[in-house]
Every structure is written in structure tokens, then in C-alpha cells.
Design a protein around this ligand. Structure first.
Ligand code: FO1
Length: 301
């Protein structure tokens, strides 16, 4: 069985390309807001696999309405983060179960079963880990930086609150040890993948599994395929290129899939980081591309 380390919007495309891979999901984007526990990456993967994702936005449920938001505004609430009315049902159920003392991994398993999703979606940890951005306008939650401030501030640092004490959720270490292959999705390396691979026991398990791990680059040339990856990588001192990606992942992956336009860097990457480099078109524009890239990865020996 394949195992995919995933964020949200950038990852669901590749996740869909594989028929039955299990998923370990980032939790660093999670936030308590309006009395609700919102888990954007888990939900994007769940909605994508249940075929109810709003593909244009890349988050939330398609054909949703926003009356809940209207009413919050009527009450004078600053509604910088939009929750659709259908999406709200997920957050209400999840928050109720959290308050009952259930673990996030149990809750996610209940929700994915109710959405008739046959594969496991495991939050990396049941502990609270949240990604924070240190900007020129102070320190704030990643969602506040990305949604409220539209990612426009200068980023000085990115850190993961709670990461030092976080433990892998049940089954995560078993899934890593027993996976046929581990695939790192072309997600934001700093805000989606790093909060997973920086959890100590997960990192140790991944180092032991290095030989069966394949990472797909989220960077082409000197820019991210989508989102604020470049800004975050720069802030943490990584080159915004496949070199920076290899640098970040080299202790846990033995293979890196890069775009054909980056072919010229493949020798330097293999030599410097002891990584096998595979070259293809990594942009996923439609379902065919998703399947094509997944098949390409499955054919790596
Ligand atoms: N992104 C936005 O740009 N604006 C929003 O109002 C917003 C709401 C939202 C609600 C639920 C959800 O699951 C995701 C949501 N996102 C929104 C996306 C999210 O902020 C990020 O793109 C992800 O966390 C990055 O993976």
C-alpha cells in the first residue's frame, strides 16, 4: 500500500491520482475560530476524495452558501475566515467530538467513513501543533497571515507551536514502517510537509524508511507551483529551487521527482544529496495529469 504525506490544495490532486493510498495529513493549518475546530488540510483531502470539493477555490464544499458568515457579520464579528454553510456541519461535528474528548484521528476516521471514503486519512498527530508566521507586522497564526493579510506581509520566520512535545497519532508509525512506498506530495514544503516530518517520532521512522520514499517537487524553476512556499522557504534560509527541496528532504527521501524544465539541475542534486532524480511534467491541470503523475511514480523501481 502507498502512503502519501499531504497538505491540502496542492496535495489532493496527486492523492486523487492514486486509487487506494493512505494519507498522513498536516495539522499545522488547524485553527480554533468562531468556537469551531477547523482542519483545512484534512477537510480538503476528505472533500476531494468524496468528490464534493470546490475545485475552483481549492477548499470548502462545492455549491456552498455563506449565510452563517452573513449572520456572524450581523452580530458584529470580524469574519476574515469564510466558512460555508455545508462546511460548517463538518466543523460543528468535529468540535463537538473534540469537546467530548475524542482524538482528532478518531474523529477524522468517523467523518471519512460517513463520506464513504475507503482509505485512511490520518492526522500526523493528535496533539496540537500550529504553524505560526513571524512577519514585519508581528507573530500570527498561519491562517491569519495567509487569509486575513492575504500573504502580503514580509516573512521573517516560520515555526510550529507544540512540535517538540507532539507524538505521532496511532497507526502513523506502523503505516510508515509497512508502506510499500511513501510519497511526499507536491505540497508547501514549509507549511504542509515540514510540520509532519518535524514531529520527532515521525522523523525517525521516515529516516529509517528513506529508501522507499519518493518526493514530488512543489517548485519549478524558482517559483512555487502555487501558494506562498517561496516566501516561507526564503525565510527559513532554503534556496527556492529543487536544490532547496532536496536540501529539506534529503534525510528522508532517496528519490525526487522534478519537472522536465529543471532537468539541467538533476546531476548536481543526485551527487550532492545522494538522491535519484526522476524527470517528468509535474504540473497537474486535470484528472488525466493526476493519474499520469501517479502512474509515473508507481513505475519508479
Ligand atoms: N482560504 C482563504 O483564502 N480564505 C478563506 O476564507 C478560507 C476559508 C477556509 C475555510 C475552511 C477551509 O478548510 C479552508 C479555508 N481556506 C480559506 C483555505 C486555507 O486557508 C488554506 O489555503 C489552507 O490552510 C492551506 O492549505
Amino acid at each position: 500500500m502507498y502512503l502519501i504525506l499531504a497538505g491540502g490544495t496542492g496535495s489532493i490532486k496527486l492523492v486523487r491520482g492514486f486509487d487506494n493510498a493512505n494519507i498522513i495529513s498536516n495539522v499545522g493549518d488547524n485553527i480554533w475560530l468562531y468556537g469551531l475546530y477547523i482542519c483545512p488540510d484534512i477537510d480538503t483531502i476528505m472533500y476531494g476524495l468524496a468528490d464534493i470539493l470546490d475545485k475552483n477555490r481549492g477548499w470548502g464544499i462545492k455549491n456552498d452558501t455563506f449565510n452563517f458568515m452573513k449572520q456572524l457579520r450581523y452580530y458584529g464579528i470580524d469574519t476574515w475566515f469564510s466558512i460555508g454553510d455545508k462546511d460548517l456541519a463538518t466543523h460543528i461535528l468535529r468540535s463537538e467530538m473534540i469537546r467530548e474528548g475524542k482524538r482528532l484521528s478518531e474523529i477524522t476516521d468517523i467523518l471519512r467513513r460517513r463520506l464513504s471514503i475507503g482509505r485512511r486519512i490520518l492526522p500526523a498527530t493528535d496533539d496540537r501543533v500550529e504553524t505560526y508566521i513571524e512577519s514585519n507586522n508581528g507573530i500570527m497564526h498561519l491562517q491569519e497571515f495567509w487569509v486575513k493579510h492575504k500573504g502580503m506581509l514580509d516573512v521573517k520566520n516560520v515555526f510550529y507551536k507544540g512540535i517538540d512535545d507532539a507524538k505521532a497519532s496511532d497507526y502513523v508509525l506502523d503505516l510508515i514502517a509497512n508502506a510499500e512506498r511513501i510519497v511526499i506530495a507536491p505540497a508547501n514544503p514549509i507549511s504542509s510537509i515540514n510540520p509532519i516530518i518535524s514531529i520527532k517520532d515521525i522523523r525517525k521512522a521516515l529516516i529509517d524508511a528513506r529508501d522507499k520514499c519518493i518526493a514530488v517537487s512543489p517548485i519549478i524553476g524558482t517559483s512555487a507551483i502555487s501558494g506562498p512556499a517561496a516566501k516561507y522557504m526564503q525565510a527559513l534560509g532554503y534556496d527556492v529551487s529543487i536544490y532547496g527541496i532536496a536540501d529539506l528532504y534529503s534525510s528522508i527521501t532517496s528519490s525526487l521527482v522534478i519537472d522536465k524544465s529543471d532537468e539541467k539541475y538533476s546531476n548536481i542534486i543526485s551527487t550532492k544529496f545522494d538522491i535519484d532524480v526522476y524527470i517528468t511534467d509535474i504540473v497537474m491541470r486535470n484528472n488525466e495529469d493526476e493519474r499520469r503523475l501517479a502512474d509515473f511514480i508507481k513505475n519508479i523501481k
